[in-house]
Design a protein around this ligand. Sequence first.
Ligand SMILES: C[S@@+](CC[C@H](N)C(=O)[O-])C[C@H]1O[C@@H](n2cnc3c(N)ncnc32)[C@H](O)[C@@H]1O
Length: 335
Amino acid sequence: MDDYSIKGNHGHVPVMRDRMAALLADHVGEMGDRAVIVDATLGAGGHAEHFLTVFPEARVIGLDRDENALRDAGERLARFGDRFLGVKTRFDGLAEVLAAGEGEILDLARKEGISGALFDLGVSSMQLDQVERGFAYRTDAPLDMRMDATQGITAADILNTYSHGDIARVLKTYGDERFAGKIASAVLREREKEPFTTSARLVELLYDTIPAATRRTGGHPAKRTFQALRVEVNRELESLTNVLPQITDALNVGGRAVFMSYQSHEDKLVKRFFTELTTSKTPPGLPVDLPGTAPRFRQVTRGAETASEAEIEENPRAAPVKVRAIERIAENSEN
Ligand SMILES: C[S@@+](CC[C@H](N)C(=O)[O-])C[C@H]1O[C@@H](n2cnc3c(N)ncnc32)[C@H](O)[C@@H]1O
């Protein structure tokens, strides 16, 4: 393990760190000091630090909606000087940042396009460790779960104000919760007595509502509900849907975008979008692509890549990851 990777507050090695660099290496290397990489989920800055180290000429734009993450990562990456720029935004603000943001790195990005991009989706271990933010269900904490603690609704707001149908939909769609309807009914009953404020009451309700017999197979009874509330609070699938065309539009020829998904919903969105981008628009049956219909992208990964057994043993957070990468092979105006 390199020395720099174990330093810092949240010092473990980021998920599939070396593979992420390998996926970007050829083109970023070729681009030399014209290479701009977008790390759209900066977090603790682990991947960004690795990119800045192994690609000594490249610049990195790091995005995060969490200002604590930006501050900590900014300190960690300060030694790279003007090769790094941190921007606080939801990542689907990317097109706007690229169009109107100020600074040398953004000027370079506008001139050369983006040579590499990484989306390491979801919450960071740093966020999970900050008990007061309410992401973890094992400790009693405010039901907040906002990655950007300065705006938007909290998990408590959802539980206290959504209709029965909407709570059930959120739990079913984003948590694959079999007992979504039952849980929604219990939430509505409980909130009549007193609004929800902290997590322990919700966890207790889940223990009471989910049949004990299903717990053996389903993991902790709060896991799916907490995941679903987090996805809803942070509009996670909405920002992913929005950013897919933004980042692929911004790639230069040879540039790659890599997505690390930890939930099947995320991976499905990425997979569907990649399939669309890499499929010819020529009607089936014709021997050659009609002008303007050939795909301008190719899939780099075959199916989804996963972390090695050894990495999962070392870092269980890597277990669910599914990695897909896409590469631009032609300009929008070509063929
Ligand atoms: C899994 S962590 C990234 C860890 C990072 N790769 C590292 O090496 O430290 C995900 C980070 O992305 C941020 N994030 C998640 N969804 C986001 C979104 N839609 N817009 C902006 N930031 C987001 C979270 O706040 C969190 O800090």
